[in-house]
Design a binder for this molecule. Structure first.
Ligand code: NDP
Length: 321
């Protein structure tokens, strides 16, 4: 077997990503060996590469992927050779082959291809828990979604609309915004958002802001919220949010803030299965789709990182081993 993976031996820019051959060996007890057909690109991969999120070095990058089972270890009864499976993990998916615990795998329905699954395992499940589990939103409530043309955003916006939530979408350019499924589309500087959002909501502000941009949008996001509104700060695409003053939340109108992470919403096998089922159900009903805007060879992962970090991508990006 000619297995290979993309690793970082040190933290830094995209140039630290390098290819290496490796021998995955046979799967141990409870483990499964997968031959991956597609790998999803995620902003989180850039955090592990840069060192924003701590990780032991060297590390194999990558958070989501899909492929077929080629071997199972002792005691594995839920999966067999040939099964189409997907996996979400903090690291390890930038590889032609990988070994994962069977409990971290999800069976992919026949109607969903490996490309789509690889694009959606992490980003789609994130949209699911953000819309369904991080806050109890009702039809008619209003949400502001940043980076709505991006990987997570392009799934989250239609998911919310399907619930009857009014979506105000923000994207960096008019061209990106044009493709977003939303009730209102805004572009331009974050500073201008509060005035635009107040105009759209009769001065009230939105019930919830979904903010994966982080540092650059934080203040504007708070200023877009209604009194007692909820800030869901779920990412750092522009950099980490600086330390927050609780008085800022008080002055903003008794605001709520949560800083969730997917892995706390899929921590048990039943939570993982439930979230994957809701995602696949939404995909098969056509509510959401894997909007694959870019494809790169996995060996060119550094170029994919450059594109993502320079806001040059739309929808999801997949990397092909
Ligand atoms: P995206 O495809 O959404 O790419 C990030 C987007 O952020 C860009 O395309 C850009 O959209 C916007 N952006 C605004 N300012 C900047 C900036 N200075 N630099 C780079 N991008 C900027 O990425 P993903 O879908 O992979 O991830 C989106 C967010 O979700 C990330 O913050 C990620 O960390 C987070 N995430 C969080 C999870 C969680 O559970 N907490 C799980 C998964 C992802 P535009 O130009 O339109 O503004």
């Amino acid at each position: 077997m000619h297995a290979w993976r993309m690793i970082a031996r040190r933290h830094g820019g995209p140039e630290v990503i390098e290819r290496e051959a490796f021998d995955p060996g046979p799967p141990g007890p409870g483990e499964v060996l997968i031959a991956q057909e597609a790998v999803g690109l995620n902003f989180i991969d850039t955090y592990y590469r840069s060192g924003l999120y701590p990780a032991d070095l060297p590390l194999t990058l990558g958070s989501e992927g899909a492929g077929h089972v080629v071997a199972v270890g002792e005691g594995v009864t839920d999966f067999s050779v040939g099964d189409k499976v997907g996996c979400v993990s903090g690291q390890g998916s930038y590889a032609s082959h990988r070994i994962v615990p069977a409990g971290q795998l999800v069976r992919i329905p026949d109607a969903i291809g490996c490309d789509e699954a690889a694009a959606m395992m992490l980003k789609g499940m994130t949209a699911c828990y953000l819309a369904e589990d991080s806050v109890a939103l009702e039809a008619g409530q209003v949400a502001l979604v940043h980076a709505a043309a991006g990987g997570v955003g392009s799934v989250l916006a239609p998911w919310l609309r399907d619930k009857g939530v009014v979506v105000i979408a923000h994207a960096g350019t008019a061209a990106k915004a044009a493709g977003v499924d939303a009730d209102h589309r805004l572009t331009g500087a974050f500073d201008a958002l509060p005035e635009q959002v107040r105009a759209l909501t009769g001065g009230r502000g939105v019930d919830v802001v979904y903010d994966g941009v982080g540092k650059d949008s934080w203040s504007a996001s708070l200023a877009c919220l209604k009194r007692r509104g909820l800030m869901v700060s779920f990412g750092n695409a522009s950099g980490a949010v600086p330390p927050v003053s609780l008085l800022e939340l008080s002055r903003g109108g008794s605001l709520y803030v949560t800083r969730p992470t997917l892995f706390d919403y899929i921590a048990t096998p039943s939570e993982l299965t439930h979230t994957a089922q809701r995602l696949f159900d939404h995909m098969q009903r056509g509510v959401v789709k894997a909007a694959i805007g870019q494809r790169f060879a996995l060996a060119d992962a550094a170029d994919a990182h450059r594109a993502l970090e320079s806001r040059a991508t739309t929808g999801s990006t997949i990397l092909l081993p």
